[in-house]
Write a protein that binds this ligand. Structure first.
Ligand code: PLP
Length: 401
Protein backbone atom coordinates (compact mmCIF):
# COMPACT_ATOMS: atom_id res chain seq x y z
CA UNK A 1 0.00 0.00 0.00
CA UNK A 2 1.42 3.35 -1.07
CA UNK A 3 -0.35 5.54 1.48
CA UNK A 4 -1.62 4.45 4.85
CA UNK A 5 -3.59 7.39 6.19
CA UNK A 6 -1.67 8.29 9.33
CA UNK A 7 -3.26 11.68 9.90
CA UNK A 8 -6.85 10.61 10.45
CA UNK A 9 -5.65 7.59 12.40
CA UNK A 10 -4.64 9.98 15.17
CA UNK A 11 -6.62 9.56 18.35
CA UNK A 12 -7.49 13.25 18.27
CA UNK A 13 -9.61 13.08 15.11
CA UNK A 14 -13.30 13.68 15.71
CA UNK A 15 -15.78 10.88 14.99
CA UNK A 16 -17.09 12.39 11.73
CA UNK A 17 -13.54 12.59 10.35
CA UNK A 18 -12.62 9.08 11.50
CA UNK A 19 -15.79 7.69 9.90
CA UNK A 20 -14.67 9.11 6.54
CA UNK A 21 -10.88 8.69 6.64
CA UNK A 22 -9.99 6.32 9.49
CA UNK A 23 -8.07 3.20 8.52
CA UNK A 24 -7.72 4.22 4.87
CA UNK A 25 -4.93 2.62 2.84
CA UNK A 26 -4.36 3.84 -0.72
CA UNK A 27 -2.80 1.69 -3.40
CA UNK A 28 -0.32 3.01 -5.95
CA UNK A 29 -3.33 4.11 -8.06
CA UNK A 30 -4.29 6.81 -5.51
CA UNK A 31 -8.00 5.93 -5.59
CA UNK A 32 -10.32 8.28 -3.65
CA UNK A 33 -12.75 5.61 -2.55
CA UNK A 34 -11.37 2.62 -0.65
CA UNK A 35 -10.16 -0.11 -3.01
CA UNK A 36 -12.22 -3.27 -3.17
CA UNK A 37 -9.73 -6.14 -3.16
CA UNK A 38 -11.86 -9.05 -4.31
CA UNK A 39 -9.10 -11.59 -4.13
CA UNK A 40 -8.82 -14.80 -2.21
CA UNK A 41 -5.05 -15.08 -2.49
CA UNK A 42 -1.81 -13.13 -2.96
CA UNK A 43 1.40 -13.76 -4.95
CA UNK A 44 5.01 -13.62 -3.91
CA UNK A 45 7.95 -12.34 -5.96
CA UNK A 46 10.08 -15.32 -4.97
CA UNK A 47 10.10 -18.46 -2.87
CA UNK A 48 11.99 -16.81 -0.02
CA UNK A 49 9.25 -14.17 0.34
CA UNK A 50 6.54 -16.85 0.34
CA UNK A 51 8.39 -18.65 3.11
CA UNK A 52 8.89 -15.46 5.16
CA UNK A 53 5.29 -14.26 4.78
CA UNK A 54 3.77 -17.59 5.66
CA UNK A 55 5.99 -17.77 8.74
CA UNK A 56 4.88 -14.27 9.73
CA UNK A 57 8.49 -13.04 9.57
CA UNK A 58 7.63 -10.47 6.93
CA UNK A 59 4.51 -8.28 6.74
CA UNK A 60 2.06 -8.85 3.90
CA UNK A 61 -1.09 -10.67 2.99
CA UNK A 62 -1.13 -14.42 2.39
CA UNK A 63 -4.76 -15.51 2.13
CA UNK A 64 -8.10 -13.67 2.56
CA UNK A 65 -9.35 -16.10 5.20
CA UNK A 66 -6.52 -14.63 7.32
CA UNK A 67 -6.50 -11.00 6.19
CA UNK A 68 -7.33 -8.80 3.20
CA UNK A 69 -6.62 -5.10 2.53
CA UNK A 70 -10.29 -4.06 2.25
CA UNK A 71 -11.22 -6.01 5.38
CA UNK A 72 -8.24 -4.54 7.20
CA UNK A 73 -9.38 -1.02 6.34
CA UNK A 74 -12.76 -1.82 7.89
CA UNK A 75 -11.14 -3.35 10.99
CA UNK A 76 -8.82 -0.37 11.45
CA UNK A 77 -11.67 2.11 11.00
CA UNK A 78 -13.90 0.29 13.49
CA UNK A 79 -11.07 0.08 16.06
CA UNK A 80 -10.59 3.87 15.78
CA UNK A 81 -14.34 4.53 16.08
CA UNK A 82 -14.68 2.31 19.15
CA UNK A 83 -11.41 3.39 20.78
CA UNK A 84 -10.28 -0.25 20.79
CA UNK A 85 -6.74 -1.54 20.32
CA UNK A 86 -7.84 -4.23 17.86
CA UNK A 87 -10.77 -5.36 15.71
CA UNK A 88 -11.57 -8.48 13.71
CA UNK A 89 -14.45 -8.54 11.24
CA UNK A 90 -16.56 -11.57 10.43
CA UNK A 91 -19.19 -12.64 7.90
CA UNK A 92 -22.11 -11.75 10.20
CA UNK A 93 -22.89 -10.45 13.65
CA UNK A 94 -23.57 -14.00 14.80
CA UNK A 95 -20.18 -15.16 13.47
CA UNK A 96 -18.60 -12.47 15.68
CA UNK A 97 -20.67 -13.31 18.76
CA UNK A 98 -20.30 -17.09 18.41
CA UNK A 99 -16.53 -16.60 18.04
CA UNK A 100 -16.47 -14.36 21.12
CA UNK A 101 -18.28 -17.07 23.11
CA UNK A 102 -16.64 -20.23 21.79
CA UNK A 103 -12.98 -19.31 21.26
CA UNK A 104 -12.17 -18.30 24.87
CA UNK A 105 -13.97 -21.23 26.56
CA UNK A 106 -13.05 -24.80 27.40
CA UNK A 107 -14.81 -27.72 29.03
CA UNK A 108 -15.82 -26.97 32.61
CA UNK A 109 -15.98 -23.19 32.07
CA UNK A 110 -18.96 -21.15 33.13
CA UNK A 111 -20.79 -18.36 31.29
CA UNK A 112 -23.29 -15.97 32.85
CA UNK A 113 -25.60 -14.20 30.39
CA UNK A 114 -28.54 -11.84 30.41
CA UNK A 115 -31.95 -13.47 29.91
CA UNK A 116 -32.99 -10.95 27.27
CA UNK A 117 -30.63 -11.41 24.32
CA UNK A 118 -30.81 -11.56 20.54
CA UNK A 119 -32.48 -14.92 19.77
CA UNK A 120 -29.48 -16.62 18.15
CA UNK A 121 -27.26 -15.71 21.13
CA UNK A 122 -29.73 -17.46 23.42
CA UNK A 123 -29.71 -20.47 21.07
CA UNK A 124 -25.90 -20.76 21.23
CA UNK A 125 -25.88 -20.49 25.00
CA UNK A 126 -28.75 -22.94 25.54
CA UNK A 127 -28.06 -25.53 22.83
CA UNK A 128 -24.42 -25.35 21.77
CA UNK A 129 -22.29 -24.46 24.79
CA UNK A 130 -23.66 -27.22 27.07
CA UNK A 131 -22.64 -29.80 24.41
CA UNK A 132 -19.03 -28.82 25.07
CA UNK A 133 -19.41 -29.07 28.83
CA UNK A 134 -19.79 -25.34 29.36
CA UNK A 135 -22.28 -24.31 32.02
CA UNK A 136 -24.52 -21.33 31.30
CA UNK A 137 -26.55 -19.38 33.83
CA UNK A 138 -29.08 -16.73 32.79
CA UNK A 139 -29.72 -13.61 34.86
CA UNK A 140 -32.30 -10.82 34.77
CA UNK A 141 -30.01 -8.07 33.46
CA UNK A 142 -31.60 -5.28 35.51
CA UNK A 143 -31.44 -7.20 38.83
CA UNK A 144 -28.07 -6.37 40.45
CA UNK A 145 -28.66 -8.86 43.30
CA UNK A 146 -29.07 -11.62 40.71
CA UNK A 147 -25.76 -10.58 39.10
CA UNK A 148 -24.03 -10.62 42.50
CA UNK A 149 -25.31 -14.12 43.23
CA UNK A 150 -24.48 -15.49 39.76
CA UNK A 151 -21.01 -13.96 39.80
CA UNK A 152 -20.11 -15.22 43.26
CA UNK A 153 -18.66 -18.31 41.52
CA UNK A 154 -15.61 -18.41 39.23
CA UNK A 155 -16.76 -17.57 35.71
CA UNK A 156 -15.06 -17.31 32.31
CA UNK A 157 -17.40 -14.99 30.37
CA UNK A 158 -20.37 -12.68 30.84
CA UNK A 159 -22.59 -11.65 27.90
CA UNK A 160 -25.02 -8.73 27.98
CA UNK A 161 -26.89 -6.55 25.53
CA UNK A 162 -27.98 -3.00 26.42
CA UNK A 163 -30.45 -1.79 25.35
CA UNK A 164 -31.72 -5.35 24.96
CA UNK A 165 -33.77 -7.02 22.27
CA UNK A 166 -36.74 -6.63 21.96
CA UNK A 167 -37.90 -4.63 24.99
CA UNK A 168 -34.96 -2.22 25.30
CA UNK A 169 -34.00 -2.96 28.88
CA UNK A 170 -30.98 -1.08 30.22
CA UNK A 171 -28.24 -3.03 31.99
CA UNK A 172 -25.74 -1.14 34.17
CA UNK A 173 -22.60 -1.96 32.18
CA UNK A 174 -20.07 -0.48 34.63
CA UNK A 175 -21.54 -2.24 37.67
CA UNK A 176 -21.75 -5.55 35.79
CA UNK A 177 -18.16 -5.10 34.54
CA UNK A 178 -16.92 -4.69 38.14
CA UNK A 179 -18.72 -7.86 39.29
CA UNK A 180 -17.50 -9.71 36.19
CA UNK A 181 -13.86 -8.87 36.91
CA UNK A 182 -14.21 -9.78 40.58
CA UNK A 183 -15.37 -13.24 39.41
CA UNK A 184 -12.27 -13.56 37.21
CA UNK A 185 -14.38 -13.30 34.05
CA UNK A 186 -14.43 -11.08 30.95
CA UNK A 187 -17.42 -9.00 29.91
CA UNK A 188 -18.71 -9.17 26.33
CA UNK A 189 -21.20 -6.45 25.36
CA UNK A 190 -23.39 -6.73 22.27
CA UNK A 191 -23.61 -3.02 21.43
CA UNK A 192 -25.74 -3.27 18.28
CA UNK A 193 -28.80 -1.45 19.58
CA UNK A 194 -26.86 1.47 21.07
CA UNK A 195 -24.35 1.82 18.17
CA UNK A 196 -20.82 3.12 18.87
CA UNK A 197 -22.25 6.63 18.66
CA UNK A 198 -24.50 6.31 21.71
CA UNK A 199 -22.48 4.01 23.97
CA UNK A 200 -18.83 3.01 24.51
CA UNK A 201 -18.80 -0.25 26.50
CA UNK A 202 -14.96 -0.44 26.63
CA UNK A 203 -14.88 2.88 28.49
CA UNK A 204 -17.46 1.46 30.92
CA UNK A 205 -15.21 -1.53 31.71
CA UNK A 206 -16.23 -4.13 29.11
CA UNK A 207 -13.44 -6.37 27.79
CA UNK A 208 -15.02 -7.11 24.41
CA UNK A 209 -17.56 -5.32 22.24
CA UNK A 210 -19.36 -7.23 19.50
CA UNK A 211 -21.39 -5.84 16.60
CA UNK A 212 -23.66 -6.91 13.87
CA UNK A 213 -22.42 -4.39 11.26
CA UNK A 214 -25.46 -5.54 9.27
CA UNK A 215 -27.49 -2.99 11.21
CA UNK A 216 -26.62 0.72 11.57
CA UNK A 217 -23.10 0.38 10.09
CA UNK A 218 -24.20 -0.78 6.66
CA UNK A 219 -27.44 0.97 7.51
CA UNK A 220 -29.03 0.35 4.14
CA UNK A 221 -30.02 -3.28 4.43
CA UNK A 222 -27.50 -4.68 1.93
CA UNK A 223 -24.96 -6.98 3.56
CA UNK A 224 -24.28 -9.10 6.63
CA UNK A 225 -21.17 -8.31 8.65
CA UNK A 226 -19.86 -8.54 12.19
CA UNK A 227 -17.02 -7.32 14.39
CA UNK A 228 -15.23 -8.13 17.66
CA UNK A 229 -13.28 -5.35 19.36
CA UNK A 230 -10.94 -5.39 22.35
CA UNK A 231 -7.31 -5.48 23.47
CA UNK A 232 -4.63 -6.41 20.92
CA UNK A 233 -2.70 -8.99 22.89
CA UNK A 234 -5.79 -10.87 24.01
CA UNK A 235 -7.25 -10.64 20.49
CA UNK A 236 -4.16 -12.25 18.99
CA UNK A 237 -3.99 -14.89 21.67
CA UNK A 238 -7.66 -15.89 21.89
CA UNK A 239 -9.12 -15.17 18.48
CA UNK A 240 -6.37 -15.19 15.83
CA UNK A 241 -6.01 -18.95 15.49
CA UNK A 242 -9.73 -19.58 15.84
CA UNK A 243 -10.63 -17.08 13.09
CA UNK A 244 -7.88 -18.23 10.71
CA UNK A 245 -8.66 -21.90 11.00
CA UNK A 246 -12.45 -22.03 11.39
CA UNK A 247 -13.03 -19.45 8.64
CA UNK A 248 -15.93 -17.10 9.46
CA UNK A 249 -14.21 -14.50 7.23
CA UNK A 250 -16.21 -11.63 5.77
CA UNK A 251 -16.23 -11.15 2.00
CA UNK A 252 -14.09 -8.15 0.93
CA UNK A 253 -17.12 -6.97 -1.06
CA UNK A 254 -19.30 -6.89 2.06
CA UNK A 255 -16.51 -5.20 4.03
CA UNK A 256 -16.33 -2.52 1.33
CA UNK A 257 -20.10 -1.93 1.51
CA UNK A 258 -19.84 -1.46 5.29
CA UNK A 259 -16.89 0.93 4.80
CA UNK A 260 -19.12 3.05 2.57
CA UNK A 261 -21.97 2.82 5.10
CA UNK A 262 -19.75 4.02 7.93
CA UNK A 263 -18.97 7.28 6.11
CA UNK A 264 -22.55 8.41 6.73
CA UNK A 265 -23.29 6.57 9.99
CA UNK A 266 -23.13 9.63 12.24
CA UNK A 267 -25.52 11.61 10.03
CA UNK A 268 -27.92 8.70 9.72
CA UNK A 269 -27.97 7.65 13.37
CA UNK A 270 -28.35 11.24 14.61
CA UNK A 271 -31.29 11.78 12.25
CA UNK A 272 -32.86 8.42 13.09
CA UNK A 273 -32.53 9.05 16.85
CA UNK A 274 -34.02 12.53 16.65
CA UNK A 275 -36.96 11.14 14.64
CA UNK A 276 -37.28 8.21 17.09
CA UNK A 277 -37.68 10.65 20.01
CA UNK A 278 -40.51 12.45 18.17
CA UNK A 279 -42.24 9.25 17.07
CA UNK A 280 -41.96 7.74 20.57
CA UNK A 281 -43.66 10.79 22.08
CA UNK A 282 -46.44 10.63 19.51
CA UNK A 283 -47.04 6.89 20.00
CA UNK A 284 -46.99 7.20 23.80
CA UNK A 285 -49.93 9.63 23.68
CA UNK A 286 -52.07 7.48 21.36
CA UNK A 287 -55.09 5.79 23.00
CA UNK A 288 -54.37 2.43 21.29
CA UNK A 289 -51.02 2.16 23.11
CA UNK A 290 -50.55 0.79 26.62
CA UNK A 291 -46.82 1.46 27.01
CA UNK A 292 -43.84 2.79 25.09
CA UNK A 293 -40.22 2.00 25.92
CA UNK A 294 -37.70 4.43 24.49
CA UNK A 295 -34.35 4.87 26.26
CA UNK A 296 -34.56 8.65 25.71
CA UNK A 297 -37.91 9.01 27.53
CA UNK A 298 -38.09 9.78 31.24
CA UNK A 299 -40.78 7.11 31.74
CA UNK A 300 -38.40 4.29 30.71
CA UNK A 301 -37.81 2.11 33.81
CA UNK A 302 -34.02 2.32 33.32
CA UNK A 303 -33.89 5.98 32.23
CA UNK A 304 -31.26 6.77 34.91
CA UNK A 305 -28.96 4.02 33.66
CA UNK A 306 -29.27 5.22 30.06
CA UNK A 307 -28.51 8.78 31.19
CA UNK A 308 -25.32 7.50 32.82
CA UNK A 309 -23.98 5.38 29.99
CA UNK A 310 -25.57 6.49 26.70
CA UNK A 311 -25.32 9.79 24.85
CA UNK A 312 -28.70 9.47 23.16
CA UNK A 313 -31.92 7.50 23.12
CA UNK A 314 -31.03 5.49 20.01
CA UNK A 315 -33.08 4.48 17.02
CA UNK A 316 -35.32 1.72 18.45
CA UNK A 317 -38.67 1.86 20.21
CA UNK A 318 -40.74 -0.88 21.86
CA UNK A 319 -44.51 -0.37 21.98
CA UNK A 320 -47.30 -2.34 23.61
CA UNK A 321 -50.82 -2.38 22.16
CA UNK A 322 -53.78 -2.22 24.55
CA UNK A 323 -55.65 -4.59 22.23
CA UNK A 324 -52.84 -7.21 22.16
CA UNK A 325 -51.83 -9.14 19.07
CA UNK A 326 -55.07 -8.48 17.20
CA UNK A 327 -54.68 -4.71 17.52
CA UNK A 328 -50.96 -4.91 16.68
CA UNK A 329 -51.68 -6.87 13.49
CA UNK A 330 -54.40 -4.36 12.46
CA UNK A 331 -51.90 -1.52 12.82
CA UNK A 332 -49.13 -3.46 11.02
CA UNK A 333 -51.41 -4.18 8.07
CA UNK A 334 -52.44 -0.52 7.85
CA UNK A 335 -48.92 0.98 7.61
CA UNK A 336 -48.12 2.60 4.29
CA UNK A 337 -44.52 3.68 5.00
CA UNK A 338 -43.40 1.60 7.98
CA UNK A 339 -42.44 -1.84 6.70
CA UNK A 340 -42.94 -5.20 8.41
CA UNK A 341 -39.49 -6.74 8.81
CA UNK A 342 -37.38 -8.35 11.52
CA UNK A 343 -34.27 -6.39 10.49
CA UNK A 344 -33.29 -3.10 12.16
CA UNK A 345 -30.97 -0.12 11.88
CA UNK A 346 -32.05 0.40 8.28
CA UNK A 347 -32.78 3.57 6.26
CA UNK A 348 -36.36 2.28 6.07
CA UNK A 349 -38.48 2.23 9.24
CA UNK A 350 -39.11 -1.41 10.12
CA UNK A 351 -41.51 -2.94 12.61
CA UNK A 352 -41.79 -6.50 13.91
CA UNK A 353 -44.03 -8.48 16.25
CA UNK A 354 -41.51 -10.48 18.30
CA UNK A 355 -43.72 -13.24 19.74
CA UNK A 356 -44.88 -14.35 16.29
CA UNK A 357 -41.52 -13.87 14.52
CA UNK A 358 -38.09 -13.29 16.11
CA UNK A 359 -39.06 -14.68 19.54
CA UNK A 360 -41.61 -17.29 18.45
CA UNK A 361 -39.60 -20.21 19.87
CA UNK A 362 -39.53 -18.87 23.44
CA UNK A 363 -41.74 -20.84 25.83
CA UNK A 364 -44.47 -18.95 27.71
CA UNK A 365 -42.30 -19.13 30.81
CA UNK A 366 -39.28 -17.71 28.97
CA UNK A 367 -41.41 -14.91 27.55
CA UNK A 368 -42.73 -14.07 31.01
CA UNK A 369 -39.17 -13.97 32.35
CA UNK A 370 -38.24 -11.19 29.95
CA UNK A 371 -41.61 -9.43 30.24
CA UNK A 372 -42.56 -10.22 26.66
CA UNK A 373 -46.10 -10.95 25.48
CA UNK A 374 -48.26 -10.68 22.35
CA UNK A 375 -48.95 -6.99 22.89
CA UNK A 376 -45.40 -5.85 22.08
CA UNK A 377 -43.93 -4.59 18.81
CA UNK A 378 -40.35 -3.51 18.13
CA UNK A 379 -39.85 -0.52 15.88
CA UNK A 380 -36.63 0.54 14.14
CA UNK A 381 -36.80 4.14 12.99
CA UNK A 382 -35.38 4.95 9.56
CA UNK A 383 -34.55 8.05 7.58
CA UNK A 384 -38.03 9.03 6.40
CA UNK A 385 -39.30 12.49 7.38
CA UNK A 386 -40.67 12.46 10.94
CA UNK A 387 -43.92 14.14 9.85
CA UNK A 388 -44.62 11.36 7.34
CA UNK A 389 -43.87 8.66 9.91
CA UNK A 390 -46.12 10.29 12.49
CA UNK A 391 -48.92 10.54 9.91
CA UNK A 392 -48.42 6.84 9.09
CA UNK A 393 -48.57 5.94 12.79
CA UNK A 394 -51.59 8.16 13.35
CA UNK A 395 -53.50 6.35 10.63
CA UNK A 396 -52.34 2.83 11.57
CA UNK A 397 -52.81 3.18 15.33
CA UNK A 398 -56.34 4.54 14.79
CA UNK A 399 -57.10 1.17 13.12
CA UNK A 400 -55.88 -0.58 16.29
CA UNK A 401 -58.43 1.12 18.56
C1 PLP B 1 -28.82 -8.56 14.26
C2 PLP B 1 -28.24 -8.75 15.60
C3 PLP B 1 -27.32 -9.78 15.83
C4 PLP B 1 -26.91 -10.76 14.76
O1 PLP B 1 -26.26 -10.16 13.69
P1 PLP B 1 -26.30 -10.78 12.19
O2 PLP B 1 -25.47 -9.80 11.43
O3 PLP B 1 -27.72 -10.85 11.76
O4 PLP B 1 -25.67 -12.12 12.28
C5 PLP B 1 -26.83 -9.90 17.11
N1 PLP B 1 -27.21 -9.09 18.11
C6 PLP B 1 -28.09 -8.09 17.92
C7 PLP B 1 -28.48 -7.23 19.05
C8 PLP B 1 -28.64 -7.89 16.66
O5 PLP B 1 -29.53 -6.91 16.47
Amino acid sequence: MADKNEQSNRDSAKLATTLVHGGRMRSEFCETSEGMFLTSGYCYPNAETAQARMAGDEPGFVYSRYANPTIQMLEDKLALIEGAEACRCTASGMAAISTALIAPCQQGDRIVAAKALFGSCTWILKNLMPKFGIEVEFVDAVDMDAWKAALSKPTRLVLIESPSNPLLEGADIKAIADLTHAAGAELVVDNVFATPMCQKPLELGADWVVYSCTKHMDGQGRVLAGAILGKKEAMDEIFDGYLKHTGPAISPFNAWVVLKGLETMELRVERMASTAAKVADFIADHPAIAEVRYPGRKDHPQYDIFQKQQTGGGTLIALSFKGGKEAAFKAFNAFEIVTISNNLGDAKSLICHPTTTTHRTLSDEEKAEVGLNDSWARLSIGLEHPDDLIADFSNALDKAL
